[in-house]
Design a protein around this ligand. Structure first.
Ligand SMILES: Cc1cc2nc3c(=O)[nH]c(=O)nc-3n(C[C@H](O)[C@H](O)[C@H](O)COP(=O)(O)O)c2cc1C
Length: 153
């Protein structure tokens, strides 16, 4: 059984819907070789990352940056993971009211330092909430779990 960890900040009904969609996609009934765990960033730490075979990160953009909660997760996890998680496959989604660029740059600079491997382009759900975001998030979850199960990462 492979292990997929989702670490996501979902502070509003819309962002909760996006997280639920990622989870539903990752737990697609056709995928039975992957155990999926979702944690809020403040509840997640380096031990959770070390136990995972792949990771999905989710955050809002707040004041041009990732959520403080996700930054705190990185602050606590960076050095304990640094020598041990190189090559970890990960994906990222961002919910941004109007931009998302600063968050993408900030997360990617940290994951580059960690030598984690982005296995798909970041999904930026930008602007007014759009129902299409839900399907995109579901697809992101399915692609990660299916890829992990198939051993393509
Ligand atoms: C204090 C605050 C700062 C924000 N800063 C940004 C920002 O810098 N860039 C951006 O794209 N959206 C920003 N937003 C919008 C949030 O990203 C958005 O409201 C959040 O992702 C939740 O999405 P929802 O409103 O659809 O629930 C901000 C929201 C708040 C409350």
């Amino acid at each position: 059984m492979k292990r997929l960890l989702i670490v996501a900040h979902a502070p509003s009904p819309n962002t909760r819907r996006l997280l639920d969609a990622v989870l539903a996609g990752a737990r697609d009934p056709a995928i039975d070789g992957v155990a999926v765990t979702a944690l809020a960033p403040l509840d997640a730490g380096p031990d959770d990352v070390l136990a995972a075979d792949a990771l999905i990160l989710g955050t809002t953009e707040n004041l041009g940056y990732m959520s403080g909660a996700l930054k705190d997760f990185f602050d606590r996890s960076y050095y304990p993971c640094l020598e041990k998680t190189q090559g970890l496959p990960y994906a990222l989604w961002i919910r941004a009211g109007h931009d998302g660029t600063g968050t993408r740059r900030a997360v990617e600079s940290i994951t580059t330092g960690l030598r984690w491997r982005a296995v798909q382009a970041p999904l930026v759900c930008r602007g007014e909430f759009d129902e299409a975001f839900v399907g995109q998030c579901r697809e992101l979850g399915t692609l990660m779990a299916a890829g992990l199960e198939a051993g393509v990462f």
